[in-house]
Design a protein around this ligand. Sequence first.
Ligand code: FMN
Length: 356
Amino acid sequence: MSLRALLEGLPIPIVQAPMVGAQDERMAIAVSEAGGLGSLGAGGLAPSDIEPAAGAVRAATAAPFAVNLQMAPALKPTAAELEAAMARLAPWYARFGETPPPTPNTYSHEFEAQLDAVVRAAPPIASFIFGVLQRADVERLQAAGSYVVGTANTVAEARAWAAAGADGVCAQGFEAGGHHGYFLGDVEASSVGTMALLATTVAALDIPVIAAGGIMDGRGVAAALALGASAVQMGSAFLLADEATNGPTWQAALRSAAEDATRLTRAFSGRYARGLENRFMRELKDADVPAYPIQNRLTQPLRAAANRAGDPEAISLWAGQAATLARPGAAGDLVKRWWAEARAASQALAARTAKT
Ligand SMILES: Cc1cc2nc3c(=O)[nH]c(=O)nc-3n(C[C@H](O)[C@H](O)[C@H](O)COP(=O)(O)O)c2cc1C
């Protein structure tokens, strides 16, 4: 079977986006069991935890699922860079009565070791963000039995994944919540809206395209399928789901947010991501913070402290541009509801176009 056949043959062609910090195995299982495609955001997992997590999904559902990794570069700050970064964060740690953490030994899990673990876990789909794999690694995953999907913010990035032998791409538009995947150009040159990115990527490539960014309900699902997507990846739409692990402070901020409240920021992690604007984003200047994953690691204990204190002003409140349309409910029920809405939307459109 091809990846296109798998995606287009899903009972519900909705992919639950991998979301580090907002979901675990439970959401992936619920979505795959409902007929969509659940994903496990494994970017934050130690290599040794990846196989057990993937195994838990496999044990709970016979349906396909995806495991996702973030391709974090192995960066370390200079002593001066570290000192400056910690000085900027010190008042924030003080605000929560926390002493700043000691100098970390590592700034992210080692990507190569995570990749080896995914090869061993051999999930039906292995997806990636923040870069492009070497062809040999794509082939290693495929030989293990996984389809490979790469995230692209531009057609050039989608072509790079196709050239590396990927089975499909996830076209992630500028609207998307959370981190953006750009890796060839800077964020400005890589900011393409979902509608334009999807249509141009489908036209440029022969491999299936999964659309992501700003899709919140069945109308959006129908629109993306009409533009040629083989499936639709939704993240923010699951942030109020029963299985979401993002916590009450983030969820309350989302419930009370104004429609236009999201911004792209690198203040939390050193890489541009979209979230609800808060004081931390306003006060830390994007240009000052060290690169991902250094800043991500340095702010982790701070974000955890803010979460414990219930203070939304120092939590990375990742959310897409249409996130205020998120609705509560069991993830499996949400997916079924969106598919019913998508069918109703396409029938209404068919009736309307038939009249003219
Ligand atoms: C809270 C959150 C965490 C995310 N984490 C990841 C991740 O770990 N890996 C990844 O490939 N994409 C991640 N994304 C991006 C999604 O895959 C997807 O591109 C995005 O959610 C689509 O836009 P939407 O939020 O408007 O639906 C995340 C998104 C959110 C909202």
